[in-house]
Design a protein around this ligand. Sequence first.
Ligand code: SF4
Ligand code: SF4
Ligand code: SF4
Length: 377
Amino acid sequence: MSTVKNWQLKRDMEYAYDEARPKRQWAIVFDLNKCIACQTCTLACKTTWTSGKGQEYMFWNNVETKPYGSYPLGWDVNVLEKLGKQDWAKNGSYEGKTIFEAAPPEERAVHFSPTDEDWMYPNHGEDDCVGSQDSGGHVGALPHDKWFFYLPRTCAHCTYPACLAACPRKAIYKREEDGIVLIDQSRCKGYGECVRACPYKKSMYNPITRVSEKCVGCYPAVEQGIQPQCVVNCIGKIRTMGFINPPWKARKDNPIDYLVHTKGVALPYYPQLGLEPNIYYIPPIHADRDYLRQMFGPQVDGAIERYRTLAKDPVTAGLLCLIGSSDRIMHRFTVANGVATGFDERNTELVKVPVTEPIIERPAYDEKLETVRNNTP
Ligand code: SF4
Ligand code: SF4
Ligand code: SF4
């Protein structure tokens, strides 16, 4: 085991290999306040990557309803239960053990193995809400004693992937150019160690080809400067893909760095597992705070507070307006004079959006067309 730096835990930790950060790291930010669980992302990925034989059950991108939904069933509660109660220190560093540090000597990570049946119900628990729905219970004592939220998930192309650590064939590798984690299909022998080890359950076994597969981060698009399928097809415009730097190299004009490091409104999920996952979530402001703390860690209260006061923060508000406004990867952004602008890697302007949509009032009678317009409320 090697000692590596995990900035999400604010401490060093044990990992199977030496620290080897890529030149740049693929990352997605999701605004969970805006997801409507339309599953367009799920289908965009499915029709692009997993419509073949043996892939019928696979959803490299899935959207589950929290707290009751999960794909595969119980992926989160199982690994948390196996890890046992752990805690964060008051200064925000993680005091507990990661799945690597808590593993028994013969294993690389604490893990559980879903059964075939666990993979069969990707939408189990959809729209199930916490709190009684009996006889008017949906009104109850407002505000928000009933809650649920949607959680879209892809592979997190982790900085310290458990799938890679567990593979005895060294068939899994992390690309130096963008940090995308891939399985070399010609080296994989289908032992399924990655499927067992990934706590997020984003490595999947194909029973027809008898090798494992996973989200490929849409690398052919990313190499062309285009965002992944699940991102560009998002109906709610809740997600943006870009490249994240570690905090000591963060750039304020990089959209992902800004949301994660500068502003601190987007957080990794289950950072305590120790993988330094690279999908980041703006937490839902209405959900139970204890639940959110165990999912996103102690930073969640500050993140929600900052999100709630966006009206006083035109830069963050402007950046959020840029999300979903271009299919190209945004490397830089500016917000000035009420306009947010995104730029590509060559610093060419990609898109401009107003931070506040102008309101245009038209007269009821249009003299040019000699017609009266009706506004239907
Ligand atoms: S497409 Fe966007 S809004 Fe629809 S479920 Fe996926 S992440 Fe949510
Ligand atoms: S989310 Fe799972 S499959 Fe993806 S890189 Fe991390 S450990 Fe591997
Ligand atoms: S990044 Fe590409 S491969 Fe991965 S979940 Fe999204 S669409 Fe699927």
